[in-house]
Design a protein around this ligand. Structure first.
Ligand code: NAP
Length: 286
């Protein structure tokens, strides 16, 4: 899907929770930890919102709530523009624990609702308990929708077998050029069930950015390796990338990946260096 940006460009977009949003959002892991960087980080997040990268992904885990505090400050006065995602830690994911954790996140984020609340990964609480809590939170208006993270096809099917579990509205998993396992079965499963995939660590936490092939492709597009790595992730319909960028300069650079169309030649070269999976791979997690 494409959306016309105010500047006139056609940008990749995705429908999530009945909202059309740009396919590039903003991650915030390791942000909010340092007072020295605070102004720069706030500026980065606000620059992204101004550009239309309105999905902001945080979690109670990140810096023990410090990322949520930073995001809460960044979105003051513009909450309605933002598609806000947070996550409950598996150790809090009991029925009551999920509700309490969500309320604490809302306080840190200085808002009264989340657009999406995710179970961060699976641990000891039965999925039924977490789903019941998610449905209650949704009914009370504290969350607009709920989803999961780090769940493979088997877990998604387990969720779908629970009453209300098929209202799960997103799955956030690691996906980038070096971690393509989900192309084999999870992306097709999510597409079939109309669930957007939110790709985390889309530039492999920065480790991809000096890649020779990406630099070569970037030259052809008058772009940077980061932009090519991101354009590749969001080439799939229904996939959203949430790179973490702690400066306005990086955010602006990443934004441009929304209008890059990779060619057949680019994709073939990429496949020769970063091959697509040919069999089921265990779901990776960072
Ligand atoms: P990432 O987004 O792949 O990489 C972040 C790194 O890339 C940072 O060091 C950042 O540097 C750098 N970077 C970004 N844009 C750049 C640019 N234009 N030029 C140069 N460097 C650039 O890794 P991530 O933070 O692990 O993943 C993204 C988000 O996904 C997280 O922040 C978090 O919200 C989410 N996540 C979720 C899970 C989960 O279990 N659900 C797990 C991991 C991550 P600067 O900071 O200096 O800009």
């Amino acid at each position: 899907m494409k959306t016309k940006h105010t500047a006139g460009a056609d940008l990749k977009s995705v429908s999530i929770n009945h909202r059309n949003v740009l396919a590039l959002g903003q991650g915030t892991w390791n942000m909010g930890d340092s007072t020295t960087n605070r102004k720069t980080e706030l500026d980065a997040l606000r620059t992204g919102i101004d550009l239309g990268m309105t999905i902001i992904d945080t979690a109670e885990m990140y810096g023990n709530g410090r990322s949520e505090l930073l995001v809460g400050e960044a979105i003051q006065g513009q909450r309605d523009k933002v598609f806000l995602i947070s996550k409950v830690l598996p150790s809090n994911a009991s029925r009551q624990g999920t509700i309490k954790a969500c309320e604490n996140s809302l306080k840190r984020l200085q808002t009264d609702y989340l657009d999406m609340y995710l179970l961060h990964w699976q641990w000891r609480y039965p999925f039924e308990e977490t789903v019941e809590a998610m449905l209650q939170l949704r009914q009370e208006g504290k969350i607009r929708d709920w989803g999961v993270s780090n769940m493979d096809v088997a877990e998604m099917e387990e969720f779908y077998s629970i009453p209300g579990g098929n209202t799960c509205a997103a799955n956030q998993v690691v996906y980038n050029l070096t971690r393509r396992g989900i192309e084999y079965d999870l992306i097709p499963w999510c597409r079939k069930n109309n669930i957007p995939v939110i790709a985390y660590s889309p530039v492999e936490q920065g480790r991809l950015l000096n890649n020779k092939l990406l630099s070569e492709i970037a030259r052809r597009h008058n772009a940077t390796p980061t932009q090519i790595a991101l354009a590749w992730v969001i080439r799939n319909p229904g996939v959203i990338a949430i790179p973490k960028a702690a400066s306005a300069k990086h955010v602006e650079e990443n934004f441009k990946s929304l209008s890059i169309e990779l060619t057949e030649e680019d994709l073939q070269q990429i496949d020769s260096i970063f091959p697509a999976p040919t069999r089921k791979m265990p779901l990776e997690m960072l």
